[in-house]
Design a protein around this ligand. Sequence first.
Ligand SMILES: *[C@@H]1O[C@H](CO)[C@@H](O)[C@H](O)[C@H]1NC(C)=O
Ligand SMILES: *[C@@H]1O[C@H](CO)[C@@H](O)[C@H](O)[C@H]1NC(C)=O
Ligand SMILES: *[C@@H]1O[C@H](CO)[C@@H](O)[C@H](O)[C@H]1NC(C)=O
Ligand SMILES: *[C@@H]1O[C@H](CO)[C@@H](O)[C@H](O)[C@H]1NC(C)=O
Ligand SMILES: *[C@@H]1O[C@H](CO)[C@@H](O)[C@H](O)[C@H]1NC(C)=O
Ligand SMILES: *[C@@H]1O[C@H](CO)[C@@H](O)[C@H](O)[C@H]1NC(C)=O
Length: 324
Amino acid sequence: MAVRRGSLRSSPSIVFPLLLSFLVAPPAVAQLPWTNCGDSGAFEQNSTYQSNLERASAVLPRNASSSASLFAAGAVGAAPDVVYALALCRGDASAPTCAACLGVAFQDAQQLCAYSREVSIYYDLCYLRFSGRDFLAGADNDEMYLLKTENVSAPTAAFDAAVGALLNATAGRAAADPTRRFATGEEAPGGSVPALYALAQCTPDMTPAGCRSCLANITRMARKLFSGSPSGRFIRVRCNYRYELQPFFSGSPLLQLPALASPPPHTMVPVPANSTSPVNGPGRKNRATKISVGVASSLFFMLIGLASTIICWKRKTPVRSQNS
Ligand SMILES: *[C@@H]1O[C@H](CO)[C@@H](O)[C@H](O)[C@H]1NC(C)=O
Ligand SMILES: *[C@@H]1O[C@H](CO)[C@@H](O)[C@H](O)[C@H]1NC(C)=O
Ligand SMILES: *[C@@H]1O[C@H](CO)[C@@H](O)[C@H](O)[C@H]1NC(C)=O
Ligand SMILES: *[C@@H]1O[C@H](CO)[C@@H](O)[C@H](O)[C@H]1NC(C)=O
Ligand SMILES: *[C@@H]1O[C@H](CO)[C@@H](O)[C@H](O)[C@H]1NC(C)=O
Ligand SMILES: *[C@@H]1O[C@H](CO)[C@@H](O)[C@H](O)[C@H]1NC(C)=O
């Protein structure tokens, strides 16, 4: 299956042109691990930085896998050779799997980014980032995404709405998890939209609000990119999510979502202004409730349509002005 991967490191205003360049690039077959060797230069062989990195590679897999949060982050060594490192395992990984994944991550990092002072390396079950600069203190947007280049057979709008609902609900549950900031979810199939499976996770040191906003941000950034793709994953150092058409996580999903109801098409037909609506009529409570639910849901979908139109328009504007 064709897979496309990439990174969207950019300010919001140049996201769209960058996105375009990814879309016209020939699809590359992505293979995990995905690495980013950074641009902080190299350390010397036998340097203090190297020995600090070796200490980090002994400490972090042990600390993360022995912690209930499956997470470790910290500084090793003294200035000017401090190694800042962050290691996170997926919330459904076992302690031994976590330790093994991070052990391999440190080894692969030395192979795939030999002597790089800064490396990010992402696997299915864990990721690792280290650097000579303190990326732990501020916002750090190192990231990668992965998607499939063929579309699902379901109507794109309905499929995207179902994915959006599942990701939003799973993100909310992950942000509320005090130990791992991790959640898995399943959405029942509905109409032509198949069953969906998702996970969302933040680094467990984030606040619930910070986690929610990090996940909201990466979901928003990838909405257009992932449109119609039967699977997608977006990993940023502080938060990540993934969805698939098949279960891909251990255990049963923490969250079970019913199928997203689609609006019956006839509710969009305008009602003549002179018609007397039964909504306020007496003795028609049941019917009135159904109708107002119908009206509310069509309003909801119209709002979503309007919102996506505005988003498209806003994103296209800088492209036009650059081209003219
Ligand atoms: C690094 O140390 C090893 C053994 O300690 C030695 O063989 C090697 O020559 C050293 N490399 C440099 C560049 O100093
Ligand atoms: C690893 O754990 C030890 C003991 O809990 C702690 O002192 C140390 O700061 C931790 N280091 C990192 C980098 O997580
Ligand atoms: C998938 O759908 C998008 C619109 O949602 C379209 O632009 C794209 O060309 C489609 N890709 C394939 C391979 O059909
Ligand atoms: C997203 O999830 C939150 C709960 O986590 C919910 O309150 C909100 O209504 C949801 N938004 C959408 C658009 O589904
Ligand atoms: C969302 O991402 C953009 C681009 O990386 C960043 O500038 C912005 O601060 C982020 N917002 C949040 C709430 O994380
Ligand atoms: C609404 O007006 C049209 C003509 O303007 C008329 O034919 C129709 O009977 C009216 N309907 C009601 C419910 O008054």
